[in-house]
Design a protein around this ligand. Structure first.
Ligand SMILES: Nc1ncnc2c1ncn2[C@@H]1O[C@H](COP(=O)(O)OP(=O)(O)OP(=O)(O)O)[C@@H](O)[C@H]1O
Ligand SMILES: [Mg+2]
Length: 486
């Protein structure tokens, strides 16, 4: 059997000191990094507070202060990539089934031999590696096919319909919209929807290349065409033969080149720098700009004839704040991708974080949203992204703080309602952050478990999924198996 990765971190939760020590020695001997905890509550705390989720948790079933079944729930809600093995002295079919139902990998009956344990642990870690590898491959595929356009807002649906209609024509497309709205992404989608998809899709940033080199970048040159031209280059138009060229920041194109580009678009032929003959090219041209081309045409900095030629099909990409319906969809997609890329398993966003994301106006558009999520994924160490994982411009957004919660409105307020709302929000946030484990949520809020329970009842807060450390005596725990699993 192959050796598991040595960076896999293991947690042992076992109240019996002798067995605990033996397990610590066992894991060290097989080359794994292990932490041990001697009680249910310490186990829950270790799982909740670990900077990275454990690869594997090996837990006793019966402990004086709680049950291994709840350790399973806690570990699996912190990260579905944590595998859990339950150890039990009195294994019954019911407990085993319940542990599995809550997401445990397997269970082992005490007493067990080290070889038995070794085999089980390695198998669990192997399964985890496969799951991780699958997620990584899925993310890679998504990255390699970046043409997928996400969006359920009316504007984005209209844009997709238009793209489908025009993909197989050769008409020039002009994409306008603020920075980060997704112009390049849309250009890529046009290419991917078209029957040019197997040919190159090349992007040239007209603003980033010095004027003296731009012409040869576009149309190529022969060896010796000018000083420094030591070899022949094709230029982007000929390199993209049969495919699509995106002229990004087309508003930055120097006037002399605007004339030459217009000729290429009209004649469908290019002439390399210093060349005497023209060569036919077959490319679809898409131009993009975040400038206001119309006003540049009026001011005379952008040629009107080129503008008409480029503006055959116009796609105006609206800023993200005008596409509210897309915000969470994109956020979730970015979360999934970042999870896979950074080997994390964050399940979603807390209610407050969602609210903050939805009420922010994203001046940097989709690109800014993408960066916000990437940063949050790196920072988050709970099962969901919380308000604190978002940058201050989002988390401190005034819409979120809600004037009614912090300042007294002109018209006055109803104090009890406002306080109840504040309490509800904090409770929900704490429960979400701790994966529904009430003991940890109570600690986070600085109240006793009893007080938390009372407040939840008062506010009619149902935490559907996970039971926690405050169930009754052990016999009840097994009987409580009809309650939700994760
Ligand atoms: N509809 C979308 N679905 C998925 N990802 C998107 C979408 N729109 C934009 N993105 C992502 O947001 C980021 C910015 O998009 P893009 O580069 O296309 O913007 P742009 O309009 O070309 O910006 P700029 O004007 O600054 O060049 C990219 O990482 C892109 O993949
Ligand atoms: Mg761009």
């Amino acid at each position: 059997m192959s050796q598991p990765p040595s960076d896999a971190r293991i947690l042992v939760v076992e109240d019996e000191p002798g067995l605990r020590d033996m397990l610590a020695i066992f894991f060290k001997r097989v080359g794994l990094t292990v932490s041990v905890q001697g009680s249910f509550q310490h186990g829950v705390d270790a799982i909740t507070n670990a900077p990275e989720p454990y690869a594997l948790v090996l837990t006793d079933l019966m402990m004086p202060d709680g049950t291994g079944l709840d350790i399973v729930t806690c570990a699996r809600s912190r990260s579905p990539r944590t595998e859990v093995i339950v150890m039990t002295a009195h294994s019954t079919v019911e407990t085993a089934l319940e542990a599995m139902r809550r997401g445990a990998y397997d269970y082992v009956a005490k007493p067990f031999s080290t070889s038995e344990l070794r085999e089980l642990v390695f198998k669990a870690l192997e399964k985890r590696d496969l799951v991780t590898e699958n997620a990584r491959l899925r993310a890679q595929i998504a990255r390699e096919r970046p043409g997928t356009l996400l969006g359920q807002s009316k504007v984005m649906r209209d844009i997709v319909t238009l793209i489908e209609r025009i993909a197989n024509t050769r008409s020039t497309v002009l994409l306008t919209g603020d920075s980060g709205t997704g112009k390049e992404r849309i250009a890529r989608a046009i290419h991917d929807y078209s029957d040019r998809r197997d040919k190159p899709f090349l992007v040239i940033n007209c603003g980033a290349i010095p004027e003296s080199l731009m012409e040869s970048e576009l149309f190529g040159h022969d060896k010796g065409a000018f000083t420094g031209a030591t070899s022949r280059t094709l230029g982007i138009f000929r390199e993209a033969e049969g495919g699509t060229v995106l002229l990004d920041e087309v508003g930055e194109l120097p006037t002399a080149l605007q004339v030459k580009l217009l000729r290429v678009l009209q004649e469908r032929k290019v002439r390399g720098v210093g060349a005497t003959t023209e060569q036919p090219v077959d490319v679809r041209v898409i131009a993009a700009t975040n400038r206001n081309v119309e006003s540049e045409v009026r001011q005379g900095t952008f040629r009107q004839d080129l503008y008409y030629r480029l503006n055959v099909i116009r796609i105006q990409v609206p800023p993200l704040k005008e596409r509210q319906d897309d915000v969470l969809l994109l956020a979730e997609q970015f979360l999934e991708r970042c999870n896979a890329e950074h080997q994390k398993s964050i399940r979603g966003f807390s209610t407050d974080a969602k609210r903050a994301i939805c009420s922010y106006n994203f001046p940097g558009n989709v690109r800014e949203l993408e960066n916000v999520i990437e940063r949050a994924v790196m920072l988050a160490n709970g099962p969901v992204i919380g308000l604190g994982d978002l940058p201050p411009e989002l988390s401190g957004s005034s819409a979120l703080a809600g004037p009614s919660l912090l300042t007294l409105p002109e018209s006055g307020c109803h104090l009890d309602e406002v306080l109840a709302e504040a309490e509800r929000r904090l409770l929900v946030e704490a429960l979400e952050r701790t994966g529904g484990v009430r003991t940890s949520a109570a600690k986070l809020l600085g109240v006793s478990l009893r007080s938390l329970r009372y407040r939840m009842q008062k506010l009619a807060l149902e935490v559907g999924e996970s039971d926690d450390g405050d169930l009754g005596p052990p016999s009840e725990q097994i009987l409580s198996s009809s309650r939700g699993d994760e």
